[in-house]
Design a protein around this ligand. Structure first.
Ligand code: EPS
Length: 390
């Protein structure tokens, strides 16, 4: 089974991740991982922290001579900001280190601060926010980049684009080729396929910047060239739509998820929502009238693009802080503010890609197995032959 874990505090030494279960022989490019890390750092409306960090991965286990060797892969991602926090967050207490703490006692509405201190019985939200922070997603993106390199071996690609920033919304579907073009750009504004809509999105971010506010939005992740048959209808926890939803909702600040055209479907009629089935006799294959189901029926991929949207609430650290209560005095007090991002929707899309790629790679390996890439490929080819002959 493909599984991963991450550890690390936002201002600690580094983030670490392990990924276990990739077969041996998968080509790994560190440059490709770094490119994904770079993409996660982009977008109009990011804050001061991104000027400090230049994320790069260091692989310390599981990859030798540019290929996986079947063992757990271990990744390290350095926090450059650590040098400013060494005394505030030491592993071992030193004489006087209590005074060097940077306590957070005015919890931010919407952040994990208050719920976390109550749960872990802390008098200071520092340890909670250190781990709840979206800095952790750097590790997820690095793991996702490995999952992508595995899927690439089977012709599967996962990309994203931004559908909405606050009220500014893309009103047309995006073609796959447009997502490919976006992913190759070396300057990222809001990662929208339509320049006119992107300009309106930028205006929304500018307004939030001016007023000390933050803004959320919607990103769409598309997995292209996915074979039919990943996931299963047989049990609640094998349904791939449910697993993708959990993976995407687990991203910091994501409060909602949509598969295909779920919201539009809920407001429509069955005759307008289902994707009609057709058969191309010359090509000897089934075709579909549309892809409103987002590539999933009964929790099984149906061979169309898998389309998952994440709905992101605005970041909870506001320059013009909201009402809160001081944990020490219990008096009304403005929520804490140090610095923050104003808009992170393009970055969240890249994180969404990583989570979708990981879940698809898991489902792929559950179906096709294999200890070496060659074995997985043979199993995959055999299955494709079965589908072709159907
Ligand atoms: C975050 C707060 C900010 C963001 C951070 C997420 O960090 P800092 O408190 O250091 O300014 O920049 O995002 C990242 C560090 C990142 O790499 O995306 C939070 O509290 O969630």
């Amino acid at each position: 089974m493909l599984r991963f874990e991450t550890a690390g505090e936002s201002h600690g030494e580094c983030l670490v991740a392990t990924l276990t279960g990739l077969p041996a022989g998968v080509p790994v490019s560190v440059e490709k991982i770094d490119r994904e890390l770079w993409r996660r750092q982009q977008g109009y409306g990011r804050g001061g922290r991104m000027k400090i960090e230049t994320d790069r991965v260091r692989i310390v286990a599981g990859v030798r001579h540019s290929h996986t060797i079947g063992s757990p892969i271990a990744l390290i991602l350095e926090n450059k900001d650590w040098k400013n926090w060494t005394e505030a967050l030491p592993v071992e207490s030193q004489p006087g280190s209590e005074d060097k703490k940077r306590p957070v006692t005015r919890p931010r509405p919407g952040h994990a601060d208050l719920a976390g201190v109550l749960k872990y019985d802390f008098r200071d939200a520092r340890y909670v926010l250190e781990r709840a922070s979206a800095r952790e997603t750097t590790a997820r993106v690095a793991v996702g980049a490995l999952a992508k390199q595995f899927l690439e071996q089977f012709g599967i690609s996962v990309l994203s684009h931004v559908v909405a920033v606050g009220p500014a919304r893309l009103e047309r579907p995006a073609a796959w080729e447009e997502l490919v073009a976006l992913s190759r750009k070396d300057e990222v504004l809001l990662n929208c396929v339509d320049p006119e809509t992107e300009a309106r999105m930028k205006e929304v971010v500018d307004r939030a910047l001016r007023t000390g506010d933050t803004v959320g939005g919607i990103f769409e992740v598309v997995a292209h060239n996915v074979p039919p048959g990943l996931g299963s209808h047989i049990a609640w926890d094998t349904r791939l739509d449910g697993r993708l939803a959990q993976a995407v909702v687990s991203i910091q600040a994501v409060k909602g998820v949509e598969i295909g055209e779920a919201a539009a479907g809920a407001a429509s009629f069955g005759s307008k929502v289902q994707d009609t089935i057709h058969y191309d006799k010359k090509e000897r294959r089934f075709t579909r009238g549309a892809n409103r189901a987002g590539g999933l029926e009964g929790g099984i991929t149906n061979g169309q693009d898998v389309v998952v949207r994440g709905m992101l609430k605005p970041i909870s650290t506001l320059r013009r802080p909201l009402e809160s209560v001081d944990l020490v005095t219990r008096e009304p007090s403005e929520a804490a503010y140090e610095r923050s991002d104003v808009c992170v929707v393009p970055a969240a899309g890249v994180i969404g890609e990583a989570m979708v790629a990981i879940v698809l790679a898991q489902a792929f390996l559950e179906k096709f197995g294999g200890d070496s890439l060659g074995e997985t490929k043979r199993n995959f080819e055999g299955y494709l032959e079965q589908v072709r002959r159907y």
